[in-house]
Design a protein around this ligand. Structure first.
Ligand SMILES: [Zn+2]
Length: 268
């Protein structure tokens, strides 16, 4: 057994980092990278300070590594046991506190309870049932929802689930600590509806191409095949390699473009 900080110590470090202002970030954000990096190796080595521990407090990859084991077709989410309450919850609904030597997994509910106690607020962990919504082509998308209290406030997220794992669309809205979670959920829902109502990549005579608006919105994710050297994009809820996207851009040879990078909670 390796030695390292206990769950309580990790949580204590995280809260200390928040108190000192070392981190005002939500325990989120590196979700996709983590998903693609079983073992957390690519980030664990960077955990050299309390601030970094805070930043590293993030959700665990849902069944990280299972894809490589040929289990990509599993339909049920990989369950992980919360090390505080003992419940088994989907991997994407957990928060992991990690240091250089250890990581500990909490369900969102337990993590939120701890954060609420630390902030001295009365917080009821909301549970939003999964929803199936249809896009502009009539294709159905199943969304699961997660809520997490962080240093600055409350985040509510929607994750599209395919084959038991988050894949495709992903949304986040942020609010203040005392914000009504239902209000955030409404904002999130409207954003999902607006996004599903539009499409950026369409079928062309020579294959997929950028739509007539000449605008693309999407998300940057990790690409295992390039070992993270170049991004993998998620556009219209579908993964697209950097090369595939580059080929689409060649339709516009000689044209100009502008690229804007937005926070995951912003609406592009
Ligand atoms: Zn728990």
């Amino acid at each position: 057994m390796s030695s390292g900080p206990s769950l309580d110590e990790l949580m204590h470090d995280y809260l200390d980092a928040l108190k000192s202002g070392a981190s005002q970030r939500w325990p989120a954000g590196r979700w996709w990278r983590d998903r693609r990096c079983p073992g957390w190796g690519s980030f664990r080595h960077r955990a050299v300070s309390l601030a970094e521990i805070a930043v590293q407090c993030t959700r665990r990859a849902p069944g990280a590594g299972h894809r490589k084991l040929g289990e990509a077709l599993m339909s049920e989410p990989v369950l992980e046991q919360c090390e505080a309450c003992g419940r088994r919850v989907p991997g994407y609904d957990t928060v992991v506190l990690s240091s250089e030597t250890k990581s500990r997994s909490l369900c969102s509910n337990c993590f939120n309870d701890t954060m609420a106690a630390w902030h001295g607020i009365d917080f009821q962990h909301p549970t939003f049932e999964p929803l199936t919504l249809h896009d502009v082509d009539g294709v159905s998308h199943l969304f699961h929802f997660c809520s997490r209290l962080g240093g600055p406030g409350l985040a509510v997220e929607a994750l599209e689930i395919k084959g038991g794992q988050p894949q495709g669309y992903e949304f986040q809205v942020l609010g203040k600590l005392d914000q009504d979670p239902l209000e955030l959920f409404r904002r999130l829902y409207e954003r999902i509806r607006r996004t599903l109502a539009r499409k950026h990549i369409v079928d062309g005579e020579l294959g997929p191409r950028i739509g007539d608006e000449n605008v693309v919105r999407g998300r940057i994710t990790w690409d295992d095949e390039s070992h993270g050297e170049v991004p993998r994009l998620v556009i219209d809820g579908k993964e697209l390699s950097w090369e595939e996207f580059g080929r689409m851009l060649m339709t516009y040879e000689g044209f100009q473009f502008k690229l804007a990078i937005l926070d995951r909670s912003d609406e592009p």
